[in-house]
Write a new protein. Structure first.
Length: 312
């Protein structure tokens, strides 16, 4: 059993995950920016103790997945915008002291990639790219069974590769990043712009737009086409760069995969002719709502578990 901690922009979830990737118990609390690190850590510790009580189990270790820049090597938090008071703090060290177990930390998209590669849709795939598309675009890359890291353990940001420099401004400073064009909110904003300001489309979510498209609404269909086009361009770039065996697609946008996958494949066919793109399978993430929590547990196995068990 592994204690799992998932720290995201809106909530912190904590759970106990067994050796097969099943969540045995879980609890969550809202993430509040104004909380001090000590208060936040107390909440995590309290939830973890409760989750262990519920499960009636002891844990062998703790895995953490967190949004934002975190240092997987030192365990230190960087400049995480939704937890400004955690900067420079080290929950890997602190949770290790409190629970007397080894603790491993990764960026949450990397945790998601490890979860899908270990227990999910990417099982037994040693070259895999995981992409999650929701309010942002995150991703993790597994090469030869190992999590790919950049310099100083840095997490590459696949959401910030530029698709169209004349596109909308992105939080990173560029224009037209994948994340600025193909997230749910980007799709919703484009759709609202296309409609007259007095129409009833104001504030429709990507999911609602997809529903309208299924009912045959012409402008919703255009929004879906555009979404698939930008998703396809980004995925084609990843295929050209990495030629992975598998791309695992997760996140809320993929709940509308029935509308998106065929046009995405069409874009890939148009532009990936110099690589064996047809060998890269696109599959949907299979770990569901608890993917990040399960991924956090997998982080521990990837770091400290038996090597042969990592992709067993
Ligand atoms: Zn960007």
């Amino acid at each position: 059993m592994i204690g799992a901690v998932d720290i995201g922009g809106t909530k912190m979830a904590v759970g106990v995950v067994d050796g097969e990737g099943r969540v045995v118990s879980r609890l969550e609390a809202p993430t509040e920016a104004e909380r001090s690190y000590e208060e936040g850590l107390d909440i995590v510790v309290g939830m973890l103790r409760k989750a262990l009580d519920h499960a009636g189990e002891k844990i062998k270790g703790i895995g953490i997945g967190s949004t934002g820049p975190v240092n997987p090597v030192t365990g230190e938090f960087g400049d995480v915008d939704f937890l400004p008071r955690w900067r420079g703090k080290n929950p890997v060290h602190d949770l290790g002291e409190i629970f007397k177990v080894r603790v491993a930390l990764e960026n949450d998209a990397d945790a998601g990639a490890l979860g899908e590669a270990g227990w999910g849709a990417g099982r037994n795939r040693s070259r895999l790219v995981y992409v999650t598309i929701g309010t942002g675009i995150g991703g993790g890359i597994i090469l030869d069974g190992q999590l790919y890291r950049g310099v100083d353990g840095a997490h590459p940001e696949v959401g910030h590769h530029v698709i169209d420099p004349s596109g909308p401004a992105c939080s990173c400073g560029f224009h037209g990043c994948w994340e600025a064009l193909a997230t749910g909110p980007a799709m919703a904003a484009w759709f609202a712009q296309q409609r007259l300001p007095d129409s009833k489309s104001d504030g429709l979510s990507a999911r609602q737009i997809c529903q309208l498209a299924r009912q045959g609404d012409a402008s919703a269909r255009r929004a879906v086409e555009r979404e698939a086009y930008y998703l396809g361009l980004g995925l084609a770039n990843l295929i050209n760069l990495f030629t992975p065996e598998t791309i695992v697609l997760g996140g809320s946008i993929m709940k509308s995969a029935d509308l998106l996958l065929d046009p995405i494949r069409k874009v890939i066919r148009q532009g990936c002719r110099f690589v064996p793109f047809e060998k890269t399978e696109l599959v949907l993430a299979s770990l569901g709502e608890d993917a990040n929590l399960i991924g956090a547990a997998r982080v521990w196995h990837h770091r400290f578990g038996k090597k042969e068990a990592v992709f067993a």
